[in-house]
Design a protein around this ligand. Sequence first.
Ligand code: NAD
Ligand code: DAU
Length: 361
Amino acid sequence: MTDLKRSILVTGGCGFIGSNFVRLCLERWPHARLVNLDKLTYAGNLSNLADIAADPRYRFVRGDICDAPLVDGLFNEEGFDTVVHFAAESHVDRSIDGPAEFIRTNIVGTFTLLEAARKLWSSGIQSSMSRVPRFLHVSTDEVYGSLGDTGLFTETTPYDPHSPYSASKAASDHLVSAYHHTYGLPTLVTNCSNNYGPYHFPEKLIPLIINNALNGRDLPVYGDGSNVRDWLYVVDHCAAILAVLEKGRVGETYNVGGNSEKPNLEVVETICDLLDARVGLLSTGKPRRTLIRFVKDRPGHDRRYAIDATKIRSELGWCPTVDFSEGIGRTIDWYLQHLDWVEQVTTGAYRDYYARHYGNR
Ligand code: NAD
Ligand code: DAU
């Protein structure tokens, strides 16, 4: 039984990937206890986990991962043997507008968690634990920088982050690696490509385009729309994380990707066509593609990301199960069925951000 008595800390469990992970983890590991530590920033929503909030195996704690007394106290109280660290500031555009919070949460927050794990797991308690502990740090392919027209990111690609977001994630990856090499902390790192699916906050490309296209608003495409991302359905990413927790070799990094490279314009046009087919043309009688607007490019915009996932496939037997055409259809259907969720998360603060970011673009 892989989950027997497992005591798990998930950070950032009220965000997009974290909430999908909490749900999958409780489903796959029925004997696990799971504590979700989340600050509930603009990107975190309690409603993302409303369906499991009352599960006796689950506890939510509102708090900041940079708050060392809180984090240390939780480690001592709960005796975690597993940490899955999602909490981060995650939006590249926001990191360009204001990097400070990215440095704090992504670097200092990761350091705070590493220290708490190191203290607990070197205190002698480890010998009484039913399993070897695991600290899994969820990271991104953006740490590797940008690819040209060919090639893929492997686990040995040199780090070359370009945005304040990716630089802060790269710093956190290095800290995790240092804690493994210096203190023997049993760490694992996953570097994943772009996720999409349910509960994706509508500031990121796919949910933003779905929401705007549904409402007949402009569809902002940066530059000429030819930048390429490697899209992975979020539940497949969560399954990869479970596989790494169960079977990954301590101290290792695993790249996770969708093997599904698409230029942004193709993604946007696909969403337009699928929405036209599902809900009919715009009230003007025009197709949604007519809403596409090419806007000023993102500064330092990485050209292309693409993951070589050979290692996780050959060592752990993981591969994506949902291809893009199926996943994007499922995602659009989810948003159509959860218009109330979209409305709830796109309140005043979202509208202010939107006006600031896109107003003069
Ligand atoms: P998200 O922005 O949707 O969610 C982040 C969550 O972290 C939110 O619930 C937020 O409230 C919480 N949080 C932020 N700061 C916090 C703090 N100081 N203390 C406690 N909680 C805090 O992010 P996401 O897209 O779900 O990404 C999750 C993780 O996966 C991140 O580490 C990100 O770098 C990584 N990642 C994301 C993608 C992607 O495509 N979204 C791909 C690869 C890796
Ligand atoms: O690659 C993994 C990363 O994917 C994660 O680490 C990040 O947390 C996650 O946000 C995501 O980063 P991107 O910058 O790739 O995602 P985003 O959805 O912001 O943008 C995807 C592409 O679409 C990118 O090339 C920029 C472009 N874009 C984005 C927005 C928001 C547009 O053309 N228009 C837009 O309005």
